[in-house]
Design a protein. Structure first.
Length: 60
């Protein structure tokens, strides 16, 4: 197993981007996301998305 194998996220499906309002609320901070309000699932705003990626990134 290479170092990169354990860092790969297998099912990292993201919701589709919305063409316009209404936008879904971020599940962490309740700010508008880039995703449609009709999307069912976890949605994060760009800031929380970036922070979550930092938290879950491999540290080597």
């Amino acid at each position: 197993m290479s170092d990169e194998d354990h860092c790969t996220i297998v099912d990292a499906t993201k919701p589709p981007r919305a063409d316009g309002p209404p936008y879904a609320e971020c599940v962490l901070c309740q700010k508008p996301t880039e995703y449609p309000e009709s999307y069912r699932g976890i949605t994060l705003c760009p800031v929380c998305e970036w922070q979550e990626a930092q938290r879950t990134a491999c540290s080597g």
